[in-house]
Design a protein around this ligand. Structure first.
Ligand code: IPD
Ligand code: CA
Ligand code: CA
Length: 255
């Protein structure tokens, strides 16, 4: 079975589950730091995803945010965020999604981000380009920060770390957004809506699919300091390529 096909089918099914449950009861709980939420929909989505992925690829490993982690024997791994943007979901703000990535021998080869409330499905397979609802996408052509709409995020309880960057980019870019779903923020770089997205301290399930989709759409992905991007690295800067150096420089100043 084609992993991309399975990821798309599974993300659609999980997205439908999220929509069915959004009107609650959600039993929203604080998981770790203040602002780090989990609902019963996060868990139900992950249970469904793990079941579908293991039915198709019984020997693969799974890394799921809500504990749906399985060891595998085939050298393949699925990296799953069953609901990225839980706070948005719990408040009825439509920016939330399911993110599924497929990795073999440590390399992400397929990725899907599905935002059910928006009806947007972003997908990519290594070397085969990126799509939005089946149509090819490309990053934007913005060449300066002055013309750029950029987005960022703040990991719960570490807001200060990114505060100065937010203020600086508010002066340098056309505008800055904080939309609350790292995976979807990256997808909107891939399709050219955002010209850049950055965030510190992300997890593999936040970025694995988005990193591939941005690259396959012609964009550039590194750590925020410009060093090589790693799925487990935490630091994430995705841009249209043209403004990558300008973003890196703007995010690595001391003032
Ligand atoms: C969060 C979202 C948010 C980002 C946080 C993530 P979750 O994921 O992606 O935009 O700022 O860093 O933890 O908890 O909603 O899956
Ligand atoms: Ca997440
Ligand atoms: Ca999540």
């Amino acid at each position: 079975m084609d992993p991309l096909h399975l990821a798309i089918e599974t993300a659609r099914e999980a997205g439908a589950l999220l929509l069915e449950r959004v009107d609650g009861p959600l039993e929203t709980r604080q998981k770790g730091a203040r602002g780090d939420l989990v609902t019963i929909a996060d868990r139900a989505s992950e249970t469904l995803i793990v079941e579908r992925l293991l039915a198709g690829f019984p020997d693969s490993a799974i890394l799921g945010e809500e504990g749906g982690t399985h060891a595998g024997t085939s050298g393949e791994r699925w990296i799953v965020d069953p609901l990225d943007g839980t706070t948005n979901y719990a408040h009825g703000y439509p920016m939330y999604c399911v993110s599924i990535a497929y990795e073999r021998a440590g390399e992400v080869l397929a990725g899907v981000i599905y935002a059910p409330r928006l009806g947007e499905l972003f997908a990519a397979a290594k070397g085969r380009g990126a799509t939005r609802n089946g149509a090819p996408i490309r990053v934007s052509a913005a060449g300066t920060l002055d013309d750029a709409l950029v987005c960022t995020g703040f990991v719960p309880a570490r807001y200060e770390r990114n505060g100065a960057n937010f203020a600086r980019l508010s002066h340098l870019a056309q505008a800055v957004r904080r939309d609350g779903s790292a995976a979807l923020d990256a997808a909107f770089v891939a399709c050219g809506t955002f010209d850049a997205f950055w965030e510190f301290d992300l997890k593999a399930w936040d970025v694995a699919a988005g990193g591939l989709i941005v690259r396959e759409a012609g964009g550039t992905v590194t750590a925020i300091d410009g060093s090589a991007y790693a799925v487990e690295g935490g630091s994430f800067l995705a841009t249209n390529g043209a403004i990558h150096a300008a973003m890196r420089d703007a995010l690595n100043r001391d003032d």
